[in-house]
Design a protein around this ligand. Structure first.
Ligand code: SF4
Length: 724
């Protein structure tokens, strides 16, 4: 058995590159077995297997589902899926989510008591649809259609596209996706005048510079990255790729990387520009994007302001590391720099992305093998009428609603949990939004404070299209069909949106139901004649009819690995965000440094999803260094603990300019002194007794703005720790 001491030796060894093993995924495998046995089994019956696609994160893992009679009892990886080779613990918990009777919503619910009081009346769907339609009709009749706010958390771009079309037809521009990376989209628009999918061809990279992206803990398409890590490091002494992890705390990803550079939090942009300084100074850049006046401006600014000599104190990294890593990066054949801290669900600052992506441009590795990939998703290609507006900042918009600077009469929340992700601002906004409707399979934090809750099917109970997984380097499209009948009174949110559109007489939404819309899109993809079917690693030509294509797509996926073309229209090294960013400190937060001498950062774990509450067995698996009883534990270096006068395991008050919380202290040498790590994914109010009230919601006290752009992110704050 691996002892704690052994574990520390193991991770340190991992950091030194001497030992490598995908430990988190091995633990994950054990959890998978555990979860499948944990779930109560049904009565004996005939065994059958069918295919599905997991939708618990945007990873798009293909599944094989085992059933006994009509009851789902187990999930495994679909061997025909090109995306994943295994199933993560969250995916394995699908069976618990599906049959989680205490958290599933059985019928539409109408609020009867005060908001959040938990008093509901179960109503029939006809009444629920009537209520929703009449509210929307009244608002439309008043001419104030911008008063409709749509908050989307759908994993499928088809469902998101339908909601965007609905908003457009209704007359509101207030559509937001909870996981939109606003900062990255500003940066990419400015640098490349591009608005579409950004992928990372990690499969073909040989040097990965990760700026805090937790590649093994839920970033990108986790099922795909698990397979990739095994491939990269199958021979630990001769890895196929060098992974350099830049982050202040030794996450599992940092522990398994070839090298860990523990920078100070929030200095990712400075680290990237310090590396750029070395590349520019030594003239090692690729001529592909360089040579024009804009590049010369960038070069001048970087050489003037980002000498690693001056960055040592600011970033916590030493000059020699800057020089060595920069040289290795530009000498590699297929180097890639990756952004999106943690699991990548929080917006990255635009200046930060700009600084990191300039490294990809300096080595010329954009739209090339092993580099960053820019392409249009297939849904946008075949359904071009979907608005291609850049994503906007939901956090800021909700704040404005709370401050009565903008008006929202109806909030339509679809498969999202903004009351968890934006606990303070959403709470304030609620006071000014008279009618909140939530589409969700579970009684989550947002459903609790809604006026109408509409139960939706769990992914195993519905038709859905799975589009390009997050961070994937080419477009993908697959179908997930229902594998079992729901025992609850649920309706597909797509069917509800289409039915409501029809009653309101909205134009441009002609489909009778969501399945018809999927059929329409499959026909369009087939008729374009591009791409192929991917069955595992095998490329297969498109079938001879759309009907056949529909049936094939329920077991494998359509893909177009050639979608990324070599040429890009433009590349600006020094657009306005860069010019602004270099003038100021990177990030800003209220509060004096004397009052808050430490920096708070989130700790993200593979087994702890964020706004989707963890399944009961996942909560059970949390070590008591994360959750002890109902107390949340924060991670600090022993030096920091002694500076605050607290000991390992003691209670303390964690204070930030946004609020305070009672926490337990977990001393760990694998975090930089002066940093406090807070686990994300606990502190839910909704769900069931296995989760509600356990720990605290880190988002109540995390949060900062990027100075140059004002982009809000939730990956840092100033903090203090006080002995109780
Ligand atoms: S990585 Fe995401 S999509 Fe894959 S099994 Fe896990 S939760 Fe499901």
């Amino acid at each position: 058995m691996l002892t704690r001491r052994g574990f520390l030796q193991f991770v340190v060894g991992g950091a030194l590159g001497a030992v490598f093993s995908p430990l988190p995924w091995r633990i994950a495998d054990e959890l998978v077995l555990f979860s499948q046995r944990w779930t109560p089994q049904g009565a004996p019956g005939d065994e059958s297997w069918c295919y599905s696609i997991c939708q618990l994160c945007p990873g798009g893992c293909g599944l094989k589902v085992r059933k006994i009679s009509e009851r789902v009892v187990q999930v495994e990886a679909n061997p025909l899926s090109p995306i994943n080779r295994g199933v993560c613990p969250l995916g394995a918990a699908s069976v618990q989510y599906l049959y989680g009777d205490k958290r599933r919503i059985k019928k539409p619910l109408k609020r009867t008591g005060k908001r959040g009081e938990g008093k509901w009346q179960e109503i029939e769907w006809a009444e629920a649809l009537n209520l929703l339609t009449s509210k929307l009709n009244d608002l439309k009749g008043s001419g104030a259609t911008e008063g409709l706010l749509c908050i989307d958390g759908s994993v499928s771009k088809v469902m998101s596209g339908l909601l965007k079309k609905f908003c457009y037809a209704y007359g509101t521009s207030n559509y937001f996706h909870v996981n939109a990376d606003v900062g990255a989209s500003i940066a990419i628009k400015e640098m490349q005048d591009f608005n579409g999918c950004v992928g990372f061809d990690l499969e073909n990279a040989d040097y990965v510079l990760s700026f805090g992206s937790q590649l093994l803990e839920g970033w990108g398409a986790p099922g795909n990255l698990q397979a990739l890590y095994n491939y990269w490091f199958e021979n630990p002494l001769k890895p196929k790729v060098k992974v350099v992890q830049i982050e202040p705390r030794m996450s599992d990803t940092a522990a398994k990387a070839s090298e860990w550079l523990p920078n100070l939090p929030g200095t990712e942009a400075l680290v990237a520009l310090g590396l750029a300084w070395v590349i520019l100074k030594e003239g090692k850049y690729n001529p592909r994007f360089t040579g024009d006046a804009d590049f010369e401006r960038f070069k001048r600014a970087v050489l003037e302001g980002f000498n690693p000599d001056k960055l040592e104190e600011k970033t916590g990294l030493c000059k020699d590391d800057f020089i060595r890593v920069a040289r290795e990066f530009c000498n590699a054949k297929h180097p890639i720099a990756v952004w999106g801290r943690g699991k990548g669900f929080n917006s990255t600052g635009a200046f930060e992305v700009l600084a990191i992506h300039s490294l990809n441009a300096l080595v010329g590795n954009i739209n090339r093998k092993g580099g960053t990939a820019f392409f249009k998703d297939v849904v946008d290609e075949v359904w071009p009428e979907i608005s291609t507006r850049q994503p906007r900042d939901l956090g800021k918009f909700i704040e404005s609603v709370g401050a009565k600077k903008v008006y929202a009469e109806i909030a339509l929340v679809c498969e999202a949990n903004p009351a968890y992700k934006y606990p303070v601002s959403f709470g304030n906004a609620l006071q000014n939004v008279p009618f909140v409707v939530t589409f969700t399979p579970f009684m989550n934090d947002t459903a609790l404070v809604s006026d109408l809750v509409l139960p939706t099917p769990f992914y195993m109970e519905k038709w859905e299209a799975i589009t390009t997984p997050r961070g994937f380097s080419y477009p993908v499209f697959g179908l997930s069909c229902p594998v079992c009948k729901s025992s609850y009174g649920v309706k597909h949110p797509g069917d509800v949106v289409l039915a409501v559109s029809k009653t309101l007489g909205l134009k441009g939404l002609p489909w009778d139901n969501y399945r018809n819309l999927l059929q329409y899109l499959v026909e369009k993809i087939w008729s374009k004649g591009k791409g192929c079917l991917l069955k595992g690693n095998k490329k297969v030509a498109l079938p001879s009819s759309p009907r056949q294509m529909w049936s094939e797509l329920t077991t494998c996926v359509w893909a177009n690995p050639e979608a990324v073309s070599g040429g890009i229209k433009k590349f600006d090294f020094a657009p306005s965000v860069f010019a602004e960013g270099i003038k100021r400190p990177v990030w800003s937060v209220e509060g004096k440094s004397e009052d808050y001498p430490f920096t708070l950062i989130p700790c993200e774990y593979l087994i702890l999803p964020q706004d989707l509450g963890a399944a009961p067995f996942l909560v059970k698996q949390l070590p008591d260094t994360v959750l002890k009883g109902s107390d949340l534990c924060v991670e600090v270096h022993p030096e920091t603990a002694s500076q605050c006068g607290v000991k390992n395991g003691e209670l303390a008050l964690l204070q930030t300019p946004l609020g305070q919380a009672r926490v337990r202290v977990f001393c760990n040498e694998c975090i930089r002194p002066g940093i406090i790590g807070i686990p994300v994914g606990l502190g839910h109010k909704g769900y069931d007794e296995y989760l509600a009230g356990k720990g605290i919601n880190a988002y109540t006290i995390l949060g900062y703005n990027e100075e140059a752009t004002g982009v809000a992110s939730y990956v840092m704050n100033k903090a203090n720790l006080v002995k109780i």
